[in-house]
Design a protein around this ligand. Structure first.
Ligand code: 4AD
Ligand code: MG
Length: 481
């Protein structure tokens, strides 16, 4: 007999048929009621064991975490909280789970404890829900772009380029570390390495993506990205997934429109397709909020917050306007915390971003036209700016509770201006000759952005630490499993 997913059993339109369910025991109450979960839904199916006719030995083996197969009749449940249950006629233990040793006991574990058990935490309700939402969101990403005719491009993971020019790269080598070949100057001779040159893990697929956009028109990437950024925060990972669309003939306004529409689409998709999981996560958060003082509780529950983002336009504000707002903001004296920023040209700190989003505008914000010298080399220089106040057509999208979720720009399409910029920043033109070719042959206005996938999953699930929305987090000092 083929087994049926718990999700399908719970959505069944008929009863009294014989069914087979396979899954893992979440709890076993009164020697009679198994709460069985198979990962297809947050909901368990209750399996009622005929304990009088089941050998004592078997009953003892129905422990939390054990894999079991049950055959029985699907009936309407008299118990509260579930529509159906299985009256078990045959029960088989597929894999035992030693109750003394299994770490995922049915009680509330701290997120820190669960992080240390990343291979088992997915067996908890919360992590099952988060990982299903993550999966649905990644499908929504592809669906959005595919429906619009974008071409999915797999940009390389090993590359010689530092797209962001920030030097935060993991080097790739096949050289024996205890016997590195040296050149005449005494430096490591990467010519003797696997690729005959120095390479690193990609920090962004954008530059390669641009070459494809200049032929295929609209492209997107969605892949792993690596940053050796020593930021041990709840928003940074050393390995994260990024979505990077790039569109020929789009300017900065088109880029903002695309990003806003895209983000709203994927959030709506999750709301429509992950109802049970999001409701569960919302309940979990409400429970957590109860232990906080009133002033620190969030104003909106999870689903309300997600709907708010769908129903309200993102506020578009230039960097210069943002600086004025921050300068005029009343510093919070009580907490000795200054939102004040005086200098035009300074990069915004995450406190500033959060002030703008959470205190001032109280909605997602798109900041654009940043000072040229705090942004990457490839961004389009604005025309007619005051000397010393040059700005680029950059945009960052800031989200409540998250901060920066998107970074993007219109690209510098003028060969001469781009070359000048690279020279001023000491960026190797020979290494990036292929990138410059896009500006030599049929260059055109184009724009794109990068969305940090885990930051999106954070927002949608309401979680607060980025380590809790990726299966196996990699952060400074931690790369287990
Ligand atoms: O702002 P970033 O550095 O922009 C780029 O990489 C551009 N090449 C994108 C483009 O225009 N195609 O990164 C984009 C986004 C950030 O807004 C953030 O959401 C996410 O990637 N991100 C990280 N997420 C998790 N951990 C990190 N260490 C991240 N660094 C960036
Ligand atoms: Mg950025």
């Amino acid at each position: 007999m083929k087994h049926t997913k718990v999700r399908d059993l719970l959505n069944s339109t008929t009863t009294l048929q014989e069914v087979n369910a396979k899954g893992w025991v979440r709890t076993f109450r009164n020697n009679q009621f198994i709460a069985l979960n198979d990962g297809s839904t947050i909901n368990n199916i209750q399996c009622v064991v005929d304990f009088e006719n089941t050998p004592e030995e078997t009953l003892k083996r129905i422990t939390t975490g054990a894999a079991v197969s049950v055959i029985g009749t699907l009936v309407e449940s008299k118990g509260a909280g579930q529509k159906y249950e299985i009256q078990v006629s045959k029960l088989e233990i597929l894999g035992d789970s030693d109750a003394e040793k299994f770490p995922m006991q049915p009680k509330k574990h701290s997120l820190e404890f669960l992080r240390e058990n990343a291979h088992l935490r997915v067996r908890t309700n919360a992590f099952g829900a988060i990982m299903r939402v993550r999966s649905v969101l990644s499908y929504a990403v592809h669906k959005y772009f595919q429906d619009k005719g974008f071409v999915y491009v797999n940009t390389p993971i090993i590359t010689g380029a530092d797209a962001e020019g920030a030097g935060e790269m993991f080097q790739v080598t096949s050289l024996p570390l205890d016997n590195l070949p040296k050149n005449e100057e005494g430096n490591i001779d990467f010519k003797k390495d696997f690729f005959g040159k120095h390479t690193n893990l990609t920090v962004s697929g954008q530059l390669e993506g641009e070459t494809f956009a200049m032929a295929l028109g609209q492209i997107y990437t969605f892949g792993p990205t690596f940053r050796a950024e020593n930021s041990n925060t709840s928003r940074h990972l050393a390995e994260f997934w990024m979505i990077e669309p790039e569109v020929a003939f789009n300017d900065l306004d088109d880029n903002m429109d695309l990003a806003e529409d895209f983000i709203q689409y994927v959030i709506k998709y999750a709301l429509d397709h992950c109802k049970d999981d999001l409701k569960f996560l919302e309940g979990r958060l409400l429970e957590e909020e109860k232990s906080k003082p009133q002033a620190e509780r969030s104003e909106m529950a999870l689903l309300e917050k997600l709907n708010f983002v769908l129903e309200n336009n993102f506020k578009r504000v230039s960097y210069t306007e943002a600086i004025d707002i921050l300068r005029d903001s009343t510093p919070n004296k009580k907490k000795k915390f200054q939102y004040l920023i005086n200098e035009w040209g300074a990069d915004l700190q995450s406190e500033h971003e959060r002030y703008l989003v959470e205190k001032h505008f109280k909605c997602p914000v798109i900041l654009y036209d940043y000072p040229a010298n705090i942004k990457a080399f490839y961004m389009r220089l604005n025309d007619n700016t005051e000397p010393g106040r040059e700005t680029v057509r950059a945009m960052d999208i800031l989200f409540p509770g998250i901060g920066e979720i998107v970074g993007g720009s219109e690209r510098e399409e003028r060969y001469d201006v781009l070359v000048q910029k690279m020279e001023a920043l000491g960026i190797d033109k020979e290494e990036l000759y292929w990138y410059l070719d896009t500006r030599r042959f049929g260059s055109a206005t184009h724009a794109g952005f990068g969305l940090g996938f885990e930051r999106l999953v954070l927002f949608v699930t309401g979680m607060t630490n980025i380590r809790d929305v990726i299966p196996f987090p990699r952060t400074p000092g931690s790369a287990e499993f």
